[in-house]
Design a protein around this ligand. Sequence first.
Ligand SMILES: [Zn+2]
Length: 187
Amino acid sequence: MTKAIEGRTEEEKLLLTRDTVDYLNELLNIDRKAIRRLVSHHVPCSLELVEHPTVQAHATHVAQPEYAVGMLGIINGLIGVRNHTGYITAVFGAETGELLRFEFTRRRGERTPEEILKEHDDAQKSEPPPGEGWGWPPSAKKMHYFGPDHRALCLKWAYTGERLNGEPGRENKEVCKVCFDRHAGKR
Ligand SMILES: [Zn+2]
Protein backbone atom coordinates (compact mmCIF):
# COMPACT_ATOMS: atom_id res chain seq x y z
CA MET A 1 0.00 0.00 0.00
CA THR A 2 1.38 3.44 -0.87
CA LYS A 3 2.27 5.87 1.90
CA ALA A 4 -0.36 8.34 0.62
CA ILE A 5 -3.15 5.85 1.29
CA GLU A 6 -1.70 4.59 4.53
CA GLY A 7 -1.17 8.07 5.96
CA ARG A 8 -4.53 9.56 4.95
CA THR A 9 -6.53 10.84 7.91
CA GLU A 10 -10.24 10.09 8.24
CA GLU A 11 -11.03 13.72 7.42
CA GLU A 12 -8.89 13.53 4.27
CA LYS A 13 -10.62 10.31 3.27
CA LEU A 14 -14.02 11.96 3.66
CA LEU A 15 -12.94 14.96 1.60
CA LEU A 16 -11.56 12.68 -1.11
CA THR A 17 -14.77 10.63 -1.00
CA ARG A 18 -16.91 13.74 -1.39
CA ASP A 19 -14.87 14.98 -4.36
CA THR A 20 -14.80 11.56 -6.03
CA VAL A 21 -18.56 11.01 -5.55
CA ASP A 22 -19.24 14.44 -7.10
CA TYR A 23 -16.92 13.59 -9.97
CA LEU A 24 -18.48 10.17 -10.64
CA ASN A 25 -22.01 11.59 -10.47
CA GLU A 26 -21.01 14.31 -12.91
CA LEU A 27 -19.75 11.66 -15.37
CA LEU A 28 -22.89 9.61 -14.79
CA ASN A 29 -25.03 12.58 -15.78
CA ILE A 30 -22.98 13.06 -18.93
CA ASP A 31 -23.12 9.45 -20.10
CA ARG A 32 -25.21 7.08 -18.00
CA LYS A 33 -24.77 4.12 -20.30
CA ALA A 34 -20.98 4.28 -20.47
CA ILE A 35 -20.50 4.73 -16.71
CA ARG A 36 -23.02 2.00 -15.93
CA ARG A 37 -21.20 -0.40 -18.22
CA LEU A 38 -17.84 0.47 -16.68
CA VAL A 39 -19.15 -0.03 -13.13
CA SER A 40 -20.84 -3.32 -14.03
CA HIS A 41 -17.79 -4.63 -15.84
CA HIS A 42 -15.46 -6.84 -13.85
CA VAL A 43 -12.29 -8.45 -15.09
CA PRO A 44 -10.58 -11.56 -13.70
CA CYS A 45 -7.78 -10.72 -11.29
CA SER A 46 -5.17 -12.41 -9.13
CA LEU A 47 -5.47 -13.33 -5.48
CA GLU A 48 -2.68 -10.80 -4.81
CA LEU A 49 -4.96 -7.99 -5.99
CA VAL A 50 -7.82 -9.33 -3.85
CA GLU A 51 -5.47 -9.28 -0.88
CA HIS A 52 -4.41 -5.67 -1.45
CA PRO A 53 -5.38 -3.87 1.79
CA THR A 54 -7.71 -1.32 0.21
CA VAL A 55 -8.71 -2.52 -3.28
CA GLN A 56 -12.23 -3.95 -3.39
CA ALA A 57 -12.01 -7.16 -5.39
CA HIS A 58 -13.95 -10.34 -4.77
CA ALA A 59 -14.23 -14.04 -5.38
CA THR A 60 -16.70 -15.02 -8.09
CA HIS A 61 -16.96 -18.67 -7.03
CA VAL A 62 -16.73 -20.18 -3.60
CA ALA A 63 -15.92 -23.76 -4.51
CA GLN A 64 -13.31 -22.98 -7.10
CA PRO A 65 -12.18 -19.46 -6.36
CA GLU A 66 -11.84 -17.06 -9.22
CA TYR A 67 -11.43 -13.39 -8.53
CA ALA A 68 -12.68 -10.26 -10.21
CA VAL A 69 -12.24 -6.52 -9.88
CA GLY A 70 -14.12 -3.56 -11.33
CA MET A 71 -13.54 0.16 -11.79
CA LEU A 72 -15.20 1.14 -8.53
CA GLY A 73 -13.13 -1.39 -6.58
CA ILE A 74 -9.98 0.23 -7.94
CA ILE A 75 -11.19 3.79 -7.23
CA ASN A 76 -12.27 2.79 -3.72
CA GLY A 77 -8.81 1.35 -3.20
CA LEU A 78 -7.33 4.81 -3.55
CA ILE A 79 -9.42 6.14 -0.65
CA GLY A 80 -9.36 3.36 1.94
CA VAL A 81 -11.52 0.82 3.70
CA ARG A 82 -14.61 1.59 5.75
CA ASN A 83 -16.84 -1.01 7.45
CA HIS A 84 -14.96 -3.71 5.51
CA THR A 85 -15.92 -2.13 2.21
CA GLY A 86 -15.09 0.92 0.12
CA TYR A 87 -16.03 4.54 0.86
CA ILE A 88 -18.07 4.83 -2.31
CA THR A 89 -21.16 2.81 -3.22
CA ALA A 90 -22.89 2.59 -6.59
CA VAL A 91 -26.65 2.67 -6.02
CA PHE A 92 -28.74 0.67 -8.47
CA GLY A 93 -32.52 0.88 -8.84
CA ALA A 94 -34.14 -2.15 -7.19
CA GLU A 95 -36.51 -2.78 -10.06
CA THR A 96 -34.88 -1.23 -13.08
CA GLY A 97 -31.31 -2.24 -12.26
CA GLU A 98 -30.35 1.20 -13.53
CA LEU A 99 -27.31 2.90 -12.01
CA LEU A 100 -28.93 5.76 -10.12
CA ARG A 101 -26.00 7.49 -8.42
CA PHE A 102 -22.79 7.14 -6.49
CA GLU A 103 -22.79 7.92 -2.80
CA PHE A 104 -20.84 7.70 0.45
CA THR A 105 -21.09 4.16 1.87
CA ARG A 106 -22.96 4.30 5.15
CA ARG A 107 -25.16 2.17 7.27
CA ARG A 108 -28.65 3.22 8.25
CA GLY A 109 -28.46 6.09 10.73
CA GLU A 110 -24.85 6.92 9.97
CA ARG A 111 -23.97 10.52 9.32
CA THR A 112 -23.03 11.78 5.86
CA PRO A 113 -19.49 13.01 5.15
CA GLU A 114 -20.93 16.54 4.94
CA GLU A 115 -22.30 16.23 8.48
CA ILE A 116 -19.06 14.77 9.81
CA LEU A 117 -16.95 17.42 8.08
CA LYS A 118 -19.25 20.25 9.17
CA GLU A 119 -18.91 19.16 12.78
CA HIS A 120 -15.15 19.20 12.34
CA ASP A 121 -15.28 22.72 10.81
CA ASP A 122 -17.50 24.00 13.63
CA ALA A 123 -15.10 22.62 16.22
CA GLN A 124 -12.22 24.44 14.52
CA LYS A 125 -14.16 27.70 14.21
CA SER A 126 -15.00 27.72 17.88
CA GLU A 127 -11.31 27.70 18.80
CA PRO A 128 -10.53 31.32 19.64
CA PRO A 129 -7.71 32.96 17.69
CA PRO A 130 -4.58 33.41 19.77
CA GLY A 131 -4.36 36.67 21.67
CA GLU A 132 -1.33 38.80 22.38
CA GLY A 133 1.91 37.11 23.33
CA TRP A 134 5.26 35.71 22.39
CA GLY A 135 5.19 33.36 19.43
CA TRP A 136 7.70 31.49 17.38
CA PRO A 137 6.79 31.14 13.70
CA PRO A 138 8.32 27.90 12.37
CA SER A 139 10.48 29.74 9.83
CA ALA A 140 11.69 32.45 12.24
CA LYS A 141 15.11 32.29 13.90
CA LYS A 142 13.83 34.11 16.97
CA MET A 143 10.64 34.45 18.96
CA HIS A 144 8.68 37.65 18.45
CA TYR A 145 5.94 39.42 20.37
CA PHE A 146 2.61 39.44 18.57
CA GLY A 147 -0.14 41.96 19.17
CA PRO A 148 -3.88 41.31 18.99
CA ASP A 149 -3.70 41.89 15.21
CA HIS A 150 -1.25 38.93 14.99
CA ARG A 151 1.55 41.22 13.77
CA ALA A 152 4.92 41.21 15.51
CA LEU A 153 5.82 44.45 17.29
CA CYS A 154 8.95 44.60 15.08
CA LEU A 155 6.54 44.40 12.11
CA LYS A 156 8.65 41.65 10.49
CA TRP A 157 6.23 38.79 11.11
CA ALA A 158 2.56 37.94 11.18
CA TYR A 159 1.62 34.75 12.98
CA THR A 160 -1.61 33.26 14.27
CA GLY A 161 0.02 30.15 15.72
CA GLU A 162 0.59 29.13 19.28
CA ARG A 163 1.62 31.67 21.92
CA LEU A 164 4.39 30.77 24.33
CA ASN A 165 3.97 30.84 28.08
CA GLY A 166 5.94 33.20 30.25
CA GLU A 167 8.19 36.19 29.62
CA PRO A 168 11.68 35.60 28.24
CA GLY A 169 14.64 37.68 29.43
CA ARG A 170 16.31 40.26 27.18
CA GLU A 171 19.62 38.35 27.39
CA ASN A 172 17.99 35.35 25.68
CA LYS A 173 19.60 35.16 22.23
CA GLU A 174 16.45 33.64 20.77
CA VAL A 175 14.37 36.71 21.58
CA CYS A 176 13.80 39.47 19.01
CA LYS A 177 15.27 42.57 20.72
CA VAL A 178 13.04 45.00 18.83
CA CYS A 179 9.93 43.12 19.92
CA PHE A 180 11.29 42.88 23.46
CA ASP A 181 11.97 46.60 23.81
CA ARG A 182 8.67 47.67 22.25
CA HIS A 183 6.79 45.22 24.45
CA ALA A 184 8.76 46.41 27.54
CA GLY A 185 8.04 50.03 26.59
CA LYS A 186 4.32 49.36 26.64
CA ARG A 187 4.35 47.86 30.10
ZN1 LIG B 1 10.29 40.83 16.44
